[in-house]
Structures are given as C-alpha cells and as structure tokens.
Design a protein around this ligand. Structure first.
Ligand code: UGA
Length: 421
C-alpha cells in the first residue's frame, strides 16, 4: 500500500482489472476503502473514488482471501537501504512467505510478480525459494513467477503508470510472461521480455543512468558558475541532440528521494560483492553528496549564520510530493541548525513530515511568512508556486541574500544567485 503498490493497483484497476490491495496498517486500509489515499499523489483520490464506486477496487489485510480471489499477486513492498548500502530484504522475505502460505490452499494456477526494486538475482534466489518452502508448491509448475519493475516518478506516478515508456517483464516461465503481457495489453507501450535477473538489472541501470545524468550536469554546472556560463542554456543546447534528450539535465541541489540514492548505492554494493568496482557510480554519489552541501557553503561564505534567521522554501525532495526521504533539504537543515541559525521553513506539502525529523525548526504557513524578517533565503524545491514569488514578496526579508537551488525565478529578473549560476 505504499507509493508503488497503491499507484500500480489504481493504474491496473483503471485499465479494467479488478484489484484488491493488501496491507498491514488498518488505518490505511480504512482510508483507501473510503476513497482517501494515505499518500499524496496527483490524481489518486479522484481515481480511487471512481474505482470504489464501480466496485473494482478494495483494500484488505486478509492476504489469503485476496490470493484466493485473484489470478496474479504483485509484491510491491519496500526495499530500503541497509547500513552498508545493500538492500534490506526483510519485507520481501516476509511478503514471499505470506503469499506462499496464502497459496497453500488455492486450487487454481496463480502468478506471483515481484514489482519491488530488488538487486539482480533476488527473485530467483530469495523470493522463489521462500514461496516454495511456505506453499509446498513448485515454481514454474504449480505457480508462475515474473519480475516487473516500475518506472514511476513520485508526484507523477499514476500518469507514468498509465503512459509507460516501456513495460519490462522478467519471466521465470514463458506462460506467466504471456499472461502478464496480456495484463498490460491496453497500455500501448513496447514490451521487453527478458529473464528475471535482467529485468531486475534494467531497473537499477535505468535509475543509476538517470542519477549519473544529474551528477554529470551538476559537475558541468559548477564549472559553468566559475566561468560565468548559464548551465540551463547549456542543457537546452545539449538536450536537442536526440541522443542526449532534454530530461534529467536539470542542475541544482542534487538528487534525493527514496530511489536514486538507494538504488545507486545498492548497485555499488552489488559490484563490490561480485568482485568488481563501480568507479563511475561511486563518483556519481560523491558528486551528489558535495552538491547537497554546496548551497550552505555558498551561504556561509556570505553570512555568519549564528543567530541569523534563514528562510527555507521547499522541503520535499522534489515538487509534487510530501516525501522528504533523502531530500537535500534534510542535509541543509542539519548544517544550518549546527551553525546556530534559526530556520523558518515552508513547503506546501512536506512540512508535517519534516516536523517529525526537525521539531525545532519553525514551520511557516506560507512562503511570505517564512521570508518575513529573514536574513537569507534558500530555495530548495521547484514548487511552481515559488516561481510566482515577486520582488515584493522578497522585500519582506531583512537581508538580501537569496540562493536558488534550482532556476525557478524568471531568468530576466533573476538577480539572485543560484547554486549553479
Ligand atoms: C525515480 C525514477 O525517475 C523513476 O523512473 C523510478 O521508478 C523511481 O525513481 C523509483 O525507483 O521508484 P523519483 O525518485 O520519484 O523517480 O523522482 P525523479 O523525478 O526521478 O527525481 C529524483 C531526484 O532527482 C529528485 O531529487 C529530483 O529533484 C532530482 N532531479 C531530477 C534533478 O536534480 N535534476 C533533474 O534533471 C531531474
């Protein structure tokens, strides 16, 4: 019932399938069954309300009933980072065991699909043996197995699910691959059918490549800043080359979120474990770590932070979400508080989540309130409402320092400094 599970479930139901979402948290189940998504994601509440009215969608904690009543089960549990950068498979193991147990009493054929992001080899070496042991059944004979990675951006997850660039199907047995391809038949997207561990690698390689694009662009941006070149013009000039493309060339405060940092780290860890070294990816991560701190370094070069009021606009790791996992703003808040600054932060969605991590920060109800009396302002997230801020809004500040983590404000009137310009 997390981002991936709920958005995939709603997407599959919108495509005409009957879907039952299974989870453990009773309050989330009740909320979903009332048409209120427990996570903030564009279009989810509206879609839920429509599907519930059609009777095509429900949430439950009863996994046995759900497996009995369905043909396929998608495992969409979280795979967080462990201390050493590897992935923590606790929830995958538990879900595999639970689905296996639920399969015990089922007569008909059933297909289990791992959708969670797992390192190559996990479905075959971890999920299948556990399902076989807990069900007493044999993969490929009594039940089918696929691996079907997701490519959903938070904030646009439903849209990405409904209009995928591609559907990747890793298959243990051909018959299951055929059925899963049928599930996606209305999506009008290229289907790539491969062995299980290839599908797992496609997901890691895709996220790691996108993260590499961002770190690459941040490195170019840092050089552009020194040379007085506008990196956003450079990105525009590069992006028209079809081999490069415009997307994910946006320089700024670095990447965050629950996916890129975790997935690049997991691939680095897997390379080490396999006796090779992911030099490039290690650099992608270290460039990103430096980039997240850069905005504070620039601020410190202009202002002694002790006792100063600093306005932070944007806390979420990107716009369109309330998610603060691995957000660059977390690092920035830590540094500011350590330096003795008072922080007044505003985010249209993520303030409550941040309050749990930093109860000592003061949370404003609007950008204007955060800016009032501030000695300096850091813009951390590209929320569209920040692009509408006027000179009058900034004139409520006591000081004049505004550092943009992204190029948000109109370039022609952008008299402020940016991390990368
Ligand atoms: C990412 C991928 O884009 C999805 O395809 C994938 O399915 C998902 O991870 C996942 O593995 O579940 P997400 O983390 O939600 O999605 O968000 P992105 O839009 O990819 O942004 C990630 C981070 O990169 C954000 O901090 C964003 O601000 C940053 N970013 C993105 C840049 O700094 N510059 C860019 O040009 C683009």
């Amino acid at each position: 019932m997390g981002y991936v599970g709920l958005c995939s479930a709603v997407g599959l139901a919108l495509a005409g399938h009957d879907v039952i979402v299974v989870g453990r948290t009773q309050s989330k189940i009740e909320s979903i069954n009332k048409g209120k998504s427990p996570i903030f994601e564009e279009g989810l509440d509206e879609a839920l309300a429509k599907l519930l009215a059609q009777g095509k969608f429900s949430a439950t904690s009863d996994i046995a009933k759900a497996v009995e009543a369905s043909d396929l089960t998608f495992i969409c549990v979280g795979t967080p980072s462990a201390e050493d950068g590897s992935i923590d498979l606790t929830d995958i193991k538990k879900a595999s065991e639970d689905v296996g147990k639920a399969l015990t009493g089922k007569q008909g054929h059933h297909i289990i699909i791992v959708k969670s992001t797992v390192v190559p080899g996990t479905t075959e070496q971890c999920a299948i043996p556990i399902i076989e042991a807990s069900s007493g059944k044999k993969a490929g004979k009594d039940f089918g197995v696929c691996m079907n990675p997701e490519f959903l951006r938070e904030g646009k997850a439903l849209e990405d699910f409904m209009k995928p660039d591609r559907v990747v199907i890793g298959e243990f047995d051909k018959e299951s691959g055929d059925v899963l391809e049928g599930v996606y038949s209305s999506f009008n997207a290229p289907v790539v059918r491969v062995p299980l561990k290839t599908a797992e690698m496609i997901k890691y390689a895709s996220n790691s490549f996108l993260a590499t694009k961002i770190s690459f662009m941040n490195e170019v941006a840092n050089l552009c800043k020194k040379l007085g070149i506008d990196v956003y013009d450079v990105a525009k000039g590069m992006g028209h080359d079809k081999r490069i493309g415009h997307r994910f060339l946006n320089a700024g405060v670095g990447f965050g979120g629950s996916c890129f940092p975790k997935d690049v780290s997991a691939l680095i860890h897997l390379a080490k474990k396999s006796g090779s070294k992911a030099d490039l990816l290690e650099t992608v991560m270290s460039v990103n770590e430096k980039q997240k701190r850069k905005i504070v370094d620039i601020l410190k070069s202009k202002l002694d932070l002790k006792g100063k009021k600093i306005a932070i606009l944007g806390l979420a790791f990107k716009d369109g979400t309330d998610d603060i996992r691995d957000a660059p703003s977390v690092e920035v808040l830590n540094e500011l508080l350590k330096s003795g600054a008072h922080v007044s932060a505003y985010d249209p969605k993520a303030a409550e989540n941040m309050r749990r991590v930093f109860p000592n920060v003061s949370y404003a109800k609007s950008a204007g309130e955060a800016l009032t009396g501030a000695d300096a302002c850091l813009i951390m997230t590209e929320w569209p409402e920040f692009a509408k801020l006027t000179d009058k809004d900034f004139s409520a500040m006591k000081g004049k320092i505004v550092i943009e983590g992204r190029r948000l404000l109109d370039k022609s009137r952008a008299k402020f400094e940016g991390v990368c310009w």
